[in-house]
Design a protein around this ligand. Structure first.
Ligand SMILES: C[S@@+](CC[C@H](N)C(=O)[O-])C[C@H]1O[C@@H](n2cnc3c(N)ncnc32)[C@H](O)[C@@H]1O
Length: 293
C-alpha cells in the first residue's frame, strides 16, 4: 500500500463516485484500496452492487479509471467527478467510524470522547491510510487475537500498527511489527506513540525476503498471494491469517497444511475470512504463554 493518503484540509481535491455491479464489488474494493488507501468510502447498494466515493488530488481521476480497468473492474455507468465541496473535512470524517471488537474500542481521534467508559481505546489516525481497524479483515484479526493465549506476537504487514497497539493493550508481548513499506513503519510508530504503547520492536522488513523474527503468535493480514509465499517461511506455533476472500480459504489452508500447519478455526465476515492455524510438525516450537498479563 502506498500512493495517495489523504487528509482533511488538503487542497485541490476531486470527489469521484463510481458504481460497480455486485460481481465486481470485492475486486473494486481491493483495487480502490490499493490506489487510494484511507481515501475512499463505500456503500452497499440494494442490488448488491457498490458505490465508492474516492477522494483524489485533482488530475488523478482519469488514472483511477484506467487503474480499475487494468484490474478488471468495469464501471457501471460513467464516473461522477466533482470538485470537493467546502464541507470535505466533515464528509471525510463521516467515513471513519469507530468499531468495538475484541473488547477494544478502535477509532479515529475525533471520536475518542464517545468511546464507552472504561473500554480500552486504540486510536488510529485514518489520514495515514494502512488500515484503520474498521475493515472486515482487520476486525477478524482483532476478534481472534483477543481469544488467543497471551504470548509474544509478530505483526506481519503492520500497516498503521492497529494490530500491534491492540495486542499490547490486550496483554500480549513482546511484540515485533514489520512492514516492507517504510511509510507504513512510520505510521505504526506514530500510532503506537499516539496510543502510549511502548516497547514494540518496529522494523522495515520484507517477509518474503528476510528471516522472520521469532514469536509465538503471528498476525498476518495481507492478501492471498503473499500469504501463500510466506507459508514455508513460518515457524511460529500459532498463526492468525487474514485478508482472504471466502473463496480463497481452501487454497491458503492447503498451502499451510502442506508445510505442517493444521487449521484450528475459521471466521467469516462481509465476504472475507480469517483462519487460525497451529504448527503440527514434530519439531514445532512450543507456545510460551505469558505467566501474568
Ligand atoms: C492490508 S494491510 C494490513 C494493515 C494492518 N495490519 C491491518 O490489519 O489493518 C497489509 C500490509 O502488509 C504490508 N505488506 C505487504 N507485503 C509485505 C511483505 N512482503 N513484507 C512485509 N509487509 C508486507 C503492506 O505494506 C501493508 O501495510
Amino acid at each position: 500500500m502506498s500512493d495517495v493518503a489523504l487528509g482533511p484540509g488538503e487542497a485541490s481535491l476531486v470527489e469521484v463516485v463510481v458504481h460497480v455491479a455486485p460481481e465486481h464489488a470485492v475486486d473494486a474494493e481491493l483495487a480502490i484500496g490499493a490506489f487510494s488507501p484511507g481515501g475512499f468510502g463505500q456503500e452497499e447498494l440494494e442490488d448488491g452492487g457498490a458505490r465508492f466515493t474516492v477522494y483524489l488530488p485533482t488530475g488523478d481521476e482519469a488514472r483511477l479509471e484506467s487503474w480499475l480497468a487494468g484490474e478488471g473492474v468495469p464501471l457501471f455507468g460513467a464516473a461522477d467527478v466533482r470538485v470537493v465541496p467546502a464541507d470535505w473535512s466533515e464528509r471525510w470524517k463521516a467515513f471513519h467510524q469507530p468499531v468495538v471488537v475484541g473488547g477494544l474500542w478502535v477509532g479515529p481521534p475525533w471520536q475518542v470522547d464517545e468511546a464507552p467508559a472504561g473500554m480500552r481505546r486504540v486510536v488510529i489516525e485514518p489520514a495515514q491510510g494502512f488500515g484503520t481497524g474498521a475493515h472486515p479483515t482487520t476486525r477478524l484479526v482483532l476478534g481472534l487475537l483477543a481469544e488467543q493465549p497471551r504470548a509474544s506476537v509478530l505483526d506481519v504487514g503492520c500497516g498503521s500498527g492497529v494490530l500491534s497497539a491492540a495486542a499490547s493493550m490486550l496483554g500480549f508481548g513482546p511484540i515485533t511489527a514489520i512492514d516492507n513499506d517504510p511509510v507504513a513503519v512510520e505510521s505504526t510508530r506514530d500510532n503506537l506513540v499516539r496510543n502510549g504503547v511502548r516497547g514494540v520492536d518496529v522494523r522495515v522488513l520484507d517477509a518474503l525476503q528476510q528471516d522472520l523474527p521469532k514469536a509465538d503468535v503471528v498476525l498476518a493480514n495481507v492478501i492471498l498471494e503473499p500469504l501463500l509465499r510466506m507459508a514455508p517461511r513460518m515457524t511460529a506455533p500459532r498463526l492468525v491469517l487474514s485478508g482472504l476472500l471466502r473463496s480463497q480459504v481452501e487454497e491458503c489452508s492447503a498451502a499451510y497444511e502442506a508445510v505442517g500447519y493444521v487449521v484450528r478455526e475459521r471466521r467469516d465476515r462481509d465476504g472475507w475470512s480469517a483462519i487460525v492455524l497451529d504448527d503440527a510438525r514434530p519439531d514445532a516450537a512450543a507456545m510460551q504463554y505469558r505467566a501474568a498479563w
